[in-house]
Design a protein around this ligand. Structure first.
Ligand code: ZN
Length: 194
């Protein structure tokens, strides 16, 4: 079979309330990273993330309690998060985050495990990530601004934490439709009202 003939696999996404989302995920060994089964799993995570137009996906969200996240802000912009700079496709295995600034960034976050909703969350605006890439090699990534929020959101999943645990206020939590109708029109220069 050539690569183009490998069928896509869209994995089932666990939703808020499923216990797998609340577990602490296990580290992945370098030996496991190199297996064909694990590499196929990484490809399936990418297919699943793209199918649901997410910009990140963590393994616990697809019922696999391991410390793995995939992130992609595509060149052409994301349907759910336009106007954000591209990251390309990134695989983070066993990531460790170091906070680089006390400055906080505020963004309206969404999550494929909490479908149809948005909430305002505050997080450190610059972080360093030490991780293993899909070849099992150590690597480092510095994330600034919106991407810093994305990686922290994804890595929270590996510790059983969801963005709804970190809302600035339960008043800053809305369905997508209401968010677009009542919050977005008041946005000035990309800054959203609070
Ligand atoms: Zn999420």
């Amino acid at each position: 079979m050539t690569e183009s003939e490998v069928p896509m696999a869209i994995l089932k996404v666990a939703r808020l309330g499923h216990p797998v989302l609340r577990k602490t995920a296990k580290e992945v060994s370098k030996a496991e990273i190199k297996t064909a089964e694990f590499q196929t799993f990484l490809d399936d995570m990418v297919d699943t993330m793209r199918e649901y137009e997410g910009i990140g996906l963590a393994a616990p969200q697809v019922h696999r309690s391991q410390r793995v996240s995939v992130i992609e802000l595509p060149e052409e912009g994301s349907a759910r998060y336009p106007n954000q700079p591209p990251t390309g496709l990134q695989f983070f295995i066993n990531p460790k985050v170091t906070i680089l600034t006390q400055d906080l960034g505020r963004y309206w976050e969404g999550c494929l495990s909490v479908p149809g909703m948005r909430g305002l969350v505050e997080r450190p605006s610059k972080v360093k990530v030490d991780y293993l890439n899909r070849e099992g090699k150590t690597a480092e990534f510095v994330a600034d601004g919106f991407i810093a929020t994305v990686v922290q959101h994804e890595f929270d999943h590996l510790d059983g934490v969801l963005y709804v645990d970190r809302l600035v206020s339960s008043k800053n939590f809305a369905f997508d439709q209401e968010f677009e109708r009542y919050w977005l029109p008041d946005a000035e220069d990309g800054e959203l009202p609070e």
